[in-house]
Design a protein around this ligand. Structure first.
Ligand SMILES: CC(C)(COP(=O)(O)OP(=O)(O)OC[C@H]1O[C@@H](n2cnc3c(N)ncnc32)[C@H](O)[C@@H]1OP(=O)(O)O)[C@@H](O)C(=O)NCCC(=O)NCCS
Length: 417
């Protein structure tokens, strides 16, 4: 019997979820049924795909509706892809390719301007037209070397502002508004459904994810507005019996603006007993290291690609963002997948843009994957020209594209999905 690749039914969902766990090399079936019930309630089953071999689920793929912030603050509808697995018994037979082709075609049909994902391995998705659009950096700081007087009073927060230790329930109530304020100023951010706040405050978390209750601290502005939130867990270390050497591991720090952001970092770095802070996955140009008197005390633990995007509709995506300056560029976008290709004239400006099909000769010729890399402003067109990936047909076009596309602050996606 051949492989059956299709949308699954609700009754197949537990078996599908088991296949996802296996695909991510987890054997535990602990709490699988309850986990399936919780997840099913928030899942659009019409976008959950599986491959079945003699009734056994051997490949999984799911997509869901997402909003992505582009430079300038507009939020565009995209196709978020997740839970991609193929059993080791069925790998390299084209199952991912088949599921991806169907999903992208459906996303295009729905009018979504791009697809997004976080790649487990760098080499998987470029062939499907995805490009690395954001990256992250994680730092670890030895506070005793940072130059901060972390035993002194908290400095730097505006008079009248305050930090409150709050409970999970407060986070579910106040977090979405703070996140919404971050999401309009941070290109690369994606929306968070209400279920995100449940899962990240311990509600309906699968036993395999081994939830431990974190600390939550809220920043209130002098007028009492909740404007920032930090979630952290503490690892105790009393191995030196005379003094504590605890580590605070930040899992999220979101803020409506830089004042709240600075205040929350200041708070985390001033907690008694804490001598090490791990920042979690931050924007590569995060304020954090430069808040320390000695930024060298912040060691980079990891730096890697994060959100990948796949342009599905070139004119609509490029017209949704703003640009650093006024410029006109003609782009010849090559897309073997057949979704985003064509020659387009982009009339860009700091207020917005128009992007329409054009018949002129192109200033730049590029594959859809490279457009996917540069569209949020993080990658340099000149660098991709130097790598032989983008063709510069008019001298100076790459530099012009960089001055136009690149953003003063780098894109960042605070979430994994
Ligand atoms: C990644 C994974 C889903 C690929 O599935 P698959 O069905 O083997 O992929 P396909 O057979 O459709 O491969 C399509 C192409 O991608 C290539 N490819 C697949 N996985 C790759 C990988 N990990 N690295 C590099 N290339 C890869 C294949 O060689 C093939 O190339 P070709 O078109 O030149 O022949 C599967 O290996 C897997 O489940 N890995 C473990 C879980 C995981 O990492 N999932 C991704 C989460 S983001």
């Amino acid at each position: 019997m051949g492989l059956d690749v299709r949308v699954i039914t609700e009754t197949e969902f537990p078996a599908w979820l088991k296949a996802v766990r296996r695909g991510f090399l987890k054997t535990s079936t602990e709490g699988l049924q309850e986990d399936a019930e919780v997840r099913l309630a928030r899942t659009d089953i019409s976008r959950v795909r599986g491959a079945f071999d003699d009734g056994r689920c051997v490949a999984t793929f799911r997509s869901f509706a997402q909003e992505l912030t582009v430079p300038g603050g507009a939020r565009v509808a995209v196709d978020a892809i997740s839970a991609v697995t193929v059993a080791p018994t069925h790998r390299r037979q084209g199952l991912l390719r088949r599921m991806m082709a169907t999903d992208l075609a459906e996303a295009k049909e729905r009018g979504e301007v791009a697809a997004t994902l976080i790649a487990a391995e760098y080499g998987i998705y470029g062939r499907f037209g995805f490009g690395r659009a954001t990256s992250f950096t994680e730092w670890e700081v030895d506070l005793t070397r940072s130059g901060l007087d972390h035993h002194g009073p908290l400095a730097g927060a505006p008079d009248g502002s305050r930090i409150e230790l709050v409970d999970a329930e407060d986070v579910r109530k106040l977090g979405p508004e703070i996140h919404a304020r971050l999401a309009v100023r941070q290109h690369g951010a994606v929306d968070r459904a209400p279920s995100w706040w449940d899962r990240h405050t311990g509600v309906g978390v699968s036993p395999v994810d081994k939830w431990t209750e974190p600390f939550y601290a809220l920043y209130r502005s002098p007028s009492g507005e909740p404007e920032g939130l930090v979630t952290y867990r503490v690892e105790d270390d009393w191995s030196d019996t005379k003094q504590p050497r605890d580590t605070a591991k930040v899992s999220q720090l979101i803020a409506a603006g830089p004042v709240a952001e600075r205040a929350l970092w200041g708070f985390v770095c001033s907690i008694d007993w804490i001598t090490t802070v791990r920042t979690g996955y931050r924007a590569p140009d995060d304020l954090f290291p430069l808040l320390l008197p000695d930024p060298r005390a912040a060691r980079v633990v990891t730096h890697a690609d994060w959100l990948w995007t796949r342009v599905l509709d070139t004119p609509r995506l490029l017209a949704a963002r703003t640009y650093a300056q006024e410029a006109t560029l003609v782009l010849d976008v090559r897309d073997p997948g057949g979704f985003a290709g064509g020659v387009f004239r982009l009339d860009a400006s700091p207020q917005g843009a128009q992007c329409v099909p054009d018949t002129r000769s192109a200033d730049l010729t590029l594959d859809v994957g490279d457009l996917s890399c540069v569209q949020l402003g993080d990658e340099s067109v000149e660098r991709l020209v130097a790598l032989g990936r983008i063709e510069e047909n008019r001298p100076g076009a790459a530099a012009l594209a960089d001055r136009t596309f690149r953003t003063a602050r780098r894109p960042w996606c605070p979430d994994i999905f």
